[in-house]
Design a protein around this ligand. Sequence first.
Ligand SMILES: [Fe+2]
Length: 135
Amino acid sequence: MQLLTWEPQHSVGVQELDEQHKKIFAIINRLYDAMQTTDEKKNLGEILEEMRDYCDQHFSLEEKYFDLFHYEDRESHEAQHRFFREKSREFIQTYAVDGVTLSFDVLDFLEDWWFKHINNVDKKYTKCFQEHGLQ
Ligand SMILES: [Fe+2]
């Protein structure tokens, strides 16, 4: 079952970044699946690390464009990325290193954060990125 479904309304108007958002959703859906399957619970740490690494690459790409295009909202946007990076570290520490059972609160957080981030924060760069030739 899918927790996060990417729909055209989530598009930020840049195909490369939309594809990355879809992949992030797919990783979170795998986490959701693995949580519910006893056999796969051992993979949770690996999936969390994959999520951290992939999100990190994705944020770095957005930030590279902020630099290149002198994007005006970069500071507040990067603060959001820092917050998520910190949360990923916390989750890995708690659930992979300390071995606490992953709770559905984490999945709620991920679902809520990503929908809000894409719709309220990422979409603000669409105009700037497109003016600089991204599509
Ligand atoms: Fe972002």
